[in-house]
Design a protein around this ligand. Structure first.
Ligand code: AP5
Length: 215
């Protein structure tokens, strides 16, 4: 499959993308994960991105497009990919459209996860993430907790809260989403690619996406 997952912070993009990966060997490409790995590794990209991320702001489009132009040409993308957190601005979406033309990539569709704001705020303050960069399993202390002593059920590493999960940063991320990312819903509607899913249960969402891929 070749799909994009859109949704506000905490809508469940990462959770749904990880479930979809298991279906046909398609890979999850999360710009958030790529950036967090760069911050941890202290690379030039990480140094440039950290301040934006900690504030809850978007990283400049040019940095993201450089990452994605290279990433989409790696051999593991041939089987398929699930874009999680990209594109995030109209400019990124326009540039992705040109890139797909250039690389001869045809997207199946764009998934929009629709989740009410109060649910999102609750999910983000209760999310925990595996600290192992190779794993990054997503947990929720209410709906999907890690082990009782706070370890990842998959790899046993410590499960932590992300740096951008302060209340201040969460509120700012939601404002940034409304201003810069929500317009992508109209963009992909015009492109005839948008499919809307109420993200109540991630497993149900995945079942609906599977049906759409078949039809
Ligand atoms: P990124 O990592 O993409 O963060 P985000 O969009 O804010 O999304 P999240 O990862 O917070 O949430 P999610 O929708 O994946 O939800 P999840 O599945 O974890 O980006 C981080 C930062 O990087 C950005 O702020 C920006 O600075 C930068 N960045 C990244 N991409 C960029 C780009 N393209 N351009 C510019 N800057 C960029 O679920 C949330 C919680 O809810 C979890 O606890 C989960 O267990 C739980 N949950 C999920 N689904 C359900 C459900 N159905 N029922 C109950 N609980 C659920």
């Amino acid at each position: 499959m070749k799909i994009i997952i859109l949704g506000a912070p905490g809508a469940g993009k990462g959770t749904v993308a990880k479930l979809l990966c298991g279906l046909d060997g398609s890979i999850q490409i999360s710009t958030g994960d790529i950036l967090r790995a760069a911050v941890r590794a202290g690379t030039e990209l990480g140094k440039k991105a950290k301040g934006f991320m900690d504030r809850g702001d978007l990283v400049p489009d040019t940095l993201i497009m450089d990452i994605m132009e290279a990433r989409l040409q790696e051999p593991d993308c041939e089987k398929g990919f699930i874009l999680d957190g990209f594109p995030r601005t109209i400019n990124q979406a326009e540039e992705l459209k040109d890139l797909c033309k250039k690389l001869n990539i045809k997207l199946d569709f764009v998934v929009n996860l629709e989740v009410p704001r109060d649910v999102i705020l609750d999910r983000l303050t209760t999310r925990r993430t595996c600290s192992n960069p190779e794993c990054q399993e997503i947990y929720n202390i209410k709906s999907n907790p890690p082990t009782a002593d706070g370890k990842c059920k998959k790899c046993g590493s410590a499960v932590i809260q992300r740096d951008d999960e302060t209340e201040e940063a969460i509120v700012y991320r939601l404002e940034t989403y409304n201003e810069k990312t929500a317009p992508l819903i109209g963009f992909y509607e015009n492109e005839g690619l948008l499919k809307k899913f109420a993200s109540i249960s991630s497993k149900e969402t995945v079942e609906e996406i599977k049906k759409s891929l078949k039809s």
